[in-house]
Structures are given as structure tokens and as C-alpha cells.
Design a protein around this ligand. Structure first.
Ligand SMILES: Nc1ncnc2c1ncn2[C@@H]1O[C@H](COP(=O)(O)OP(=O)(O)OP(=O)(O)O)[C@@H](O)[C@H]1O
Ligand SMILES: [Mg+2]
Length: 588
């Protein structure tokens, strides 16, 4: 077959195959154009998930009639005054989006520059259908209808209106997050589904688009590494989610999806969260144009970094730094469901429940709602020890002064502004991990020799995996030797774990190494192992603590980084504010 040059229309349609995959990708291009045009406000309206109709109206620069015609030509752009893509500061740069969309839909483009009349052009699947004067305020209005009506192969791959709409909403959120200076509205099938005002601060905008609770449950990030800069907000580990969709990443103001970046976020949170929980983050990376290639993906949603290791270090370092500064903070509001469950049960009021000094006479019998996992008999287990000396003033301690212990599992403390309940096992586990980490970075964890070395039987691959890490485990205070094909001999365990279950510990280390061997760097793996060890060494739920021990635990939590959550991302303590208590008793 002879080689031929393809007609323009066909070229555009082929390009559209890459650029316009679904309504959300067309919408992304239109909103990006509006942002590039310097709009202060962008109004988006969708019909039928964007399959039926996409309309974007902006109050940006507008185009004159000649530019309007050029805008619909391929490779025509106003955004590359020089020829250097590295220097591009706009979201667009290829001059491809509008002709691509116009080749697979009916596109109406109306535009007006300030001080002149408006003009409009209608293109139907690549063919000019008409043009003429248009009445509109300064700015641009783009309407896309019948997307893929003539491209059945594409149309077939569209999902339900609902999921196409969800993809559109996600795009709008990401772009709106990138530009808190611009106002956005989104309507779907006549209903307003998103509205944010121009001129917000970044954290305020992120919270408005994700979760209002983020404001109290996040830390701000401001960090630099080499030429790269990291800003944004990071949710506290206790403010986690079941899916990773709430991670918003931006490179030089461009929303991106990038496995490297997602992996780095994961690494930064890894010992603060259970494996199936995900943090909420909005991270903005800024770096010089020659450090990043933005021209590697048809929808411009991926970038390539010149120095990926530095970017990874930037994210892990920036997040850790910010989360370290969060100290013992944790998601503070007990959930509405838990609060609702804390109601008076008449049956208890007939008995005189044991009174603890801190409760001011209100019975301790209903506290069982705080137990998330196990059933336990409520009042008989509650106990308190009367302090012999006058208790220290509560206001000097954020987590308050211990007043008693409930179910040998929870410490009840009185703080200046409310009642604090601490999960003693979760909290202690966290403290042990942080101690272990500090010791590790200080040159190694102290060991305690076992009186009689213990032989732990495991399958051969597990023994191999553990044997391969003998040196590092030694630094962590675990002294072991291979003992035949199917066993490990344990000579010493970390002193700070105290009396621990050696067999369980070694088995868990074997499992951890197996689960993470492929995926994580050695450092990250060791963090997991440290977390596993911490779990073995901590105060079990069910141990009776003295008031002095309880207070010691509280004081240590206050000065230990990350002590607001256990190693699985659950809170280690919750507070019931005085206001909440008053509500429970109907005083408010
Ligand atoms: N909303 C708008 N307001 C003002 N000018 C616009 C608008 N949309 C498009 N334009 C003009 O039309 C040109 C072509 O737009 P198009 O989206 O096709 O390409 P681009 O934005 O330059 O690059 P890319 O293909 O990477 O998006 C732009 O360079 C810009 O000059
Ligand atoms: Mg564009």
C-alpha cells in the first residue's frame, strides 16, 4: 500500500484518541484553558455525566475572531512564545486540545475580548458549521455536545453517567485545589454540586473541597530539598480513609498522578497507618522547569523528574517533618456515633457504680461504649486509686492527670478542658516504637540476653529471610543464629521490650519480611519490623496500672512524636470536652 499523508480531520481524530478519552478529559482541557486565560471565575455545567453536555464559561482574556479560528487549528497555541517547553508556565502548550475535542463532538466556541464584540464558531465533528457575532460578557464560553456520537468505538467504553460525572468532579476538584485564587462552580443536571470562592487560602480551599474537618486534623507543610520545594497540607494519620483517592498531588501547579509520588506518601505514613488505610494529603511540589518534563503524557497528567530520588526524599522528609511537629495530636472528636451511644442506661442508675474522684459523682458504668473491639463487663472492672498527695494542677498537662482505669484497658484522665480517655495498649505500643526508633538512630537498641536461648521453628523460606537480616536485626536488639534448615536460635531480644513472647516476635518478623520484601526499601522494612516488635513489647490491655504508672504514660505521650495514634493509625486517646459532657447531660 502506498504511503499517504492523512487529511487534517483524520489527524485530529487520531490525536483526540489520546487527548480526549472521556468527558472528564475534555472538561480538564477546557478548564485548563480558562485558567490559562487568566479567569477569576470559572462556571462549569454538565449534563448527563458530561456525555450529553459540557459547558465552561470563564471571565478570562477572551479571543478575537482571528484567534478564535486559529484556536481550532492543530498545533496553534498562544502559550509558547519561545520554543522552550521547559519554560512553560501555563497548563497548555501543545495547541491540541480544542481541535481534538472538536473532531469528536459538536463544539460551540464563543469569545469576547474586553472592549470588542463577541464572535462564535461552531464545529461539528471537525467541520465548520457556522460562525457569526455572539453576545456574551468578556471571556469565553465553550460548549461540547454529543461527545463521541460519531465515534461508537469510544462511546462504547464510556461508563455510566454517574461514574463519568464522578471523574469530572474529581478533575474539577483537583484543578480548583491548584488555584485557590480562582472561584469555581459546578452544576450537574441543573443542580449545584460544587462552589468555591475566589481568593481563598490554600488550606481553606483544600478543606472546602475535601473535608471540612481537615482544618483541625491536618498539619501544614513547608519544606525544601535541593531545588525542590514542598507545600500543602497533610492529614493527621488518625484522619485516615479506606481508599487512596484523597491524595492530591501537584507539580508546578499541575495536578498529576504519579506512582513515585504516591509511593513516597505511603512511605512517609507507613508506620503511622494500617496497610489498608490511606491519608488525606494535598501536596504541592514546585521545582525549576528543567528539573521536570511535563510533556510525557497525552493528558498531561504525568510528569518525569530529572532527579526522582530527590523528589521522593522531599515528600518523605517534608511529611515526616510536619507530622513530627504534630506531636501527640490526634483526631480529637469522638465520632458522632460513639457520642450518641454514650447515653444513660436506666438499669445502671439503680446501682451505685464505683465512683472515681475525677468523675465528680457521675457513674462510670456507661464507659463501655469506648471499647471498639471487645465486650467487657463495664462497672466491675472500673477502678481508681485515691491519690495520696494532692494531684498536680490539671492545666499543666495537655493530656491531664490520671484519675483511674477502666476495664484494665483505658486510662481516664482529667484535663483542663475535658475528660481524656487513653487506650493504654495502643499508646504504649506507640511509645515503644518511638523509643526504638530513637535508639536505632542513636547507634542501636540495647539487648537483653535470654537466660536460655530459645529455638523458634519456622519454615525454610522464613528462616532464610530472617537469616539474611541478621546484622540489621542485631542493631534492633534481636540476636539470632540460624539453627538448622527450619529453626532460628534466639539469644537476645531488645531490652526495652521487657519480657516478651519470643516465638511470636520472631514469627511476626518473618511475616513482615515476607510481606514487604519486594516492595519496600530496607529502611522501610526495618520500620515495619520495629512496629511489630513494639506491639509485642507493650503493655497489654488488661494490665492493672497504678496511678503513678498511668501518669508516667501520659507524660511520656505528651513529649513523644506521633503518640496521638497507634501504629495502625487508630487514635491512642480521645477527649470528651466539657461542652460535650454538658450536652450528654442535656445541660446545653
Ligand atoms: N478559554 C479560553 N480563553 C482564551 N483563550 C483560549 C481559551 N481556550 C483556548 N484559548 C486559546 O486557544 C489556543 C488553543 O487552545 P488549546 O487548548 O487547543 O491548546 P493549548 O491550550 O495552547 O495547548 P494544549 O493542547 O496543551 O491544551 C490556546 O493557546 C489559547 O490561545
Ligand atoms: Mg489547552
Amino acid at each position: 500500500m502506498p504511503i499517504r499523508r492523512l487529511p487534517e480531520q483524520l489527524i485530529n481524530r487520531i490525536a483526540a484518541g489520546e487527548v480526549v478519552e472521556r468527558p472528564a478529559s475534555a472538561l480538564k482541557e477546557l478548564v485548563e484553558n480558562a485558567i490559562d486565560a487568566g479567569a477569576r471565575h470559572i462556571a462549569i455545567s454538565l449534563g448527563g455525566g458530561g456525555i450529553g453536555r459540557i459547558e465552561v464559561i470563564d471571565d478570562g482574556s477572551g479571543m478575537n475572531p482571528e484567534d478564535l479560528a486559529l484556536a481550532l487549528e492543530r498545533h496553534a497555541t498562544s502559550k509558547l512564545p519561545g520554543d522552550a517547553i521547559e519554560e512553560v508556565s501555563t497548563l497548555g502548550f501543545r495547541g491540541e486540545a480544542l481541535p481534538s475535542i472538536a473532531s469528536v463532538a459538536r463544539l460551540t466556541l464563543e469569545s469576547r475580548v474586553r472592549g470588542a464584540d463577541g464572535w462564535s464558531r461552531i464545529i461539528e465533528n471537525g467541520k465548520l458549521e457556522g460562525e457569526g457575532p455572539a453576545a456574551l460578557p468578556p471571556g469565553t464560553r465553550v460548549l461540547v455536545e454529543q461527545l463521541f456520537a460519531r465515534v461508537p468505538a469510544r462511546r462504547k467504553f464510556l461508563r455510566s453517567e454517574r461514574s463519568e460525572y464522578a471523574a469530572c468532579l474529581d478533575i474539577v476538584k483537583r484543578l480548583a485545589m491548584a488555584r485557590p485564587d480562582i472561584g469555581f462552580t459546578l452544576d450537574h443536571d441543573g443542580r449545584r454540586t460544587l462552589a468555591v470562592q475566589a481568593g481563598q487560602e490554600r488550606p481553606e480551599r483544600v478543606a472546602a473541597l475535601t473535608d471540612r474537618g481537615l482544618a483541625e486534623n491536618s498539619v501544614a507543610i513547608d519544606y525544601a530539598r535541593g531545588p525542590a520545594q514542598l507545600g500543602g497540607v497533610a492529614g493527621l494519620p488518625t484522619f485516615n480513609r479506606g481508599v487512596a483517592d484523597h491524595q492530591y498531588l501537584f507539580v508546578n501547579g499541575r495536578p498529576v498522578r504519579d506512582r513515585l509520588l504516591i509511593g513516597a506518601v505511603r512511605a512517609a505514613y507507613q508506620d503511622l497507618l494500617a496497610r489498608d488505610r490511606h491519608p488525606l494529603v494535598a501536596l504541592f511540589i514546585d521545582l525549576p522547569g528543567d528539573e521536570v518534563d511535563v510533556n510525557v503524557h497525552p493528558a498531561k497528567t504525568e510528569v518525569r523528574f530529572k532527579d526522582p530520588a530527590n523528589v521522593r526524599g522531599l515528600i518523605v522528609g517534608g511529611l515526616r517533618h510536619a507530622l513530627d511537629a504534630a506531636g501527640h495530636r490526634s483526631a480529637q472528636q469522638p465520632s458522632a456515633a460513639a457520642l450518641g451511644a454514650w447515653k444513660q442506661e436506666p438499669v445502671f442508675s439503680q446501682f451505685a457504680p464505683p465512683r472515681s474522684p475525677g468523675f465528680g459523682g457521675s457513674g462510670g458504668g456507661q464507659a463501655s461504649v469506648w471499647d471498639r473491639h471487645a465486650d467487657f463487663a463495664p462497672s466491675p472492672a472500673a477502678r481508681a486509686e485515691v491519690a495520696e498527695a494532692a494531684p498536680p494542677p490539671v492545666q499543666s498537662f495537655p493530656l491531664g492527670v490520671a484519675r483511674g482505669q477502666v476495664a484494665a484497658t483505658y486510662i481516664v484522665a482529667e484535663a483542663e478542658d475535658g475528660l481524656v480517655i487513653v487506650d493504654q495498649h495502643a499508646a504504649h505500643e506507640r511509645l515503644v516504637l518511638e523509643r526504638m526508633r530513637a535508639a536505632l538512630s542513636d547507634g542501636g537498641v540495647a539487648r537483653q540476653a535470654l537466660l536460655i536461648p530459645e529455638v523458634v521453628e519456622l519454615d525454610e523460606p522464613a528462616c532464610d529471610r530472617i537469616e539474611a537480616r541478621i546484622a540489621e536485626l542485631g542493631e534492633m536488639g534481636v540476636e539470632i543464629e540460624r539453627f538448622g534448615p527450619n529453626a532460628i536460635l534466639v539469644r537476645a531480644t531488645p531490652a526495652l521490650l521487657g519480657q516478651s513472647d519470643v516465638k511470636g516476635l520472631i514469627r511476626d518478623i518473618g511475616d513482615e519480611l515476607a510481606a514487604f520484601d519486594q516492595a519496600l526499601s530496607l529502611k522501610e522494612k526495618l520500620d515495619h519490623v520495629a512496629a511489630t516488635m513494639a506491639c509485642h513489647g507493650s503493655v497489654r490491655a488488661g494490665r492493672i496500672l497504678s496511678v503513678a504508672e498511668m501518669n508516667a504514660l501520659l507524660r511520656e505521650m505528651e513529649v513523644t512524636p506521633h503518640s496521638g495514634q497507634c501504629n495502625h493509625g487508630r487514635p491512642t486517646w480521645v477527649k470528651l470536652g466539657h461542652g460535650d459532657i454538658e450536652k450528654l447531660f442535656g445541660r446545653k
